[in-house]
Design a binder for this molecule. Structure first.
Ligand code: AHG
Ligand code: MN
Ligand code: MN
Length: 339
């Protein structure tokens, strides 16, 4: 019991690597650098509402410094925390159109990092949960050379680790590096992430669905039928489901990971590829949810097996409890067959 309470993130990662004698410890260091960025972003998110009270005006703060939008701040923080550790050969972020190269005076490493620095950014001003998502691959180009687009555009199944941080009622970091999905809550008193959710398993079936129903008119007929089905009353199959939609993918999926349920951002007649991005939103979240026993697809195909074509490519996504995701796939498929 005592051991669990004091299991820090750093120690947990090192103990996880010990189970793999071939590990060099580099991934541990990389994840530890990431957790530093998470702590600084968490601090900034928590004081976001104080901007006016403390005299920040327009785009400048009381020191005359430029006040950055929180998503740009989070992007810069991730870069600053990760550029010099010697573990990465290249990075990519939602906030940067092109690849982010490691400055030439720093050592190049064997890993590739893709991230969404702040997910759910439209919720910032309303004090609603937002997060950071990250995805890590091993490079495929030769060591010692700058990383390339080829290193970034790998299949999701090749991820070696993925995680997210939710800045909510408390800050929690959830990651997987191939040996279970684990959650660590930030203790604000001494600034450490402590193990709070060991070996998370998503329930096989939930009673929550999360989707932006404002887009109903534009959905595929199979999806319309599925949502209506979830709203019908049937005790045996646990219906009706509850609808929960925060509008921050990372927070919506985190809740469903713990309670069970399905999160959807489908394709629709206005957005044939949906809205969410494959490389730094859908792939890492799918890697985590699958590692917790769940399922993630674009309605036809496993997200982790989609061949990436572009850094900022969008894909439809259905993700969460395995039985719920299978069912929506069936609804979409049957409608396509005209049944
Ligand atoms: P981001 O803030 O990184 O641009 O992502 C926002 C995304 C995602 O977090 C969320 O699930 C979705 O946008 C919400 O979109 P709608 O407002 O269309 O529902
Ligand atoms: Mn996002
Ligand atoms: Mn974002």
């Amino acid at each position: 019991m005592l051991k669990l309470r004091f299991m820090t993130l750093a120690r947990h990662i090192i103990e996880g690597e010990k189970m793999h004698p071939e590990a060099t410890g580099e991934l541990s260091k990389l994840l530890s650098d990431l957790s530093l960025a998470a702590k600084v972003i968490s601090l900034e998110v928590n004081k976001a509402g104080l901007a006016d009270i403390l005299g920040f005006t327009g785009s400048h703060n009381i020191h005359g410094e430029e006040v950055k939008k929180l998503d740009v701040f989070a992007h810069d923080m991730m870069f600053t925390a990760m550029d010099h550790g010697g573990h990465l050969c290249v990075m990519a972020s939602e906030e940067e159109e092109n690849l982010i190269h490691i400055p030439s005076h720093f050592k190049l490493g064997k890993y590739v990092l893709l991230f969404d620095p702040l997910d759910g950014s439209s919720n910032i001003d309303a004090n609603i949960s937002i997060g950071t998502i990250f995805s890590i691959y091993k490079r495929i180009t030769p060591d010692g050379t700058p990383g390339t687009m080829e290193d970034c555009l790998q299949l999701g199944i090749n991820q070696v680790a993925a995680g997210y941080i939710v800045y909510g009622s408390s800050t929690i970091l959830v990651y997987t590096a191939g040996h279970g999905v684990h959650g660590f809550t930030l203790d604000p008193a001494f600034g450490e992430f402590l193990l709070s959710h060991e070996n998370i398993k998503i329930p096989k079936k939930g009673r929550i669905y999360s989707i932006n129903e404002g887009n109903y008119k534009y959905w595929h007929p199979g999806l319309k039928k599925y949502i209506k089905y979830l709203q019908e009353e049937d005790e045996d199959s646990g219906r009706p489901y509850s609808s929960r939609y925060i509008g921050s993918m990372v927070a919506d999926i985190h809740r469903n990971l713990l309670y069970g349920g399905i999160f959807m951002y489908p394709a629709d007649s206005r957005n044939p590829n949906g809205k969410l991005r494959l490389m730094y939103e859908c792939n890492p979240m799918s890697f985590i949810v699958e590692a917790a026993g769940g399922r993630a697809s674009d309605g036809k195909q496993r997200i982790l097996e989609i061949k990436p074509e572009k850094l900022h490519q969008r894909v439809p996504i259905f993700i969460g409890s395995a039985e719920d995701v299978k069912l929506v796939e069936n609804f979409i498929h049957s409608e396509k067959l005209g049944s």
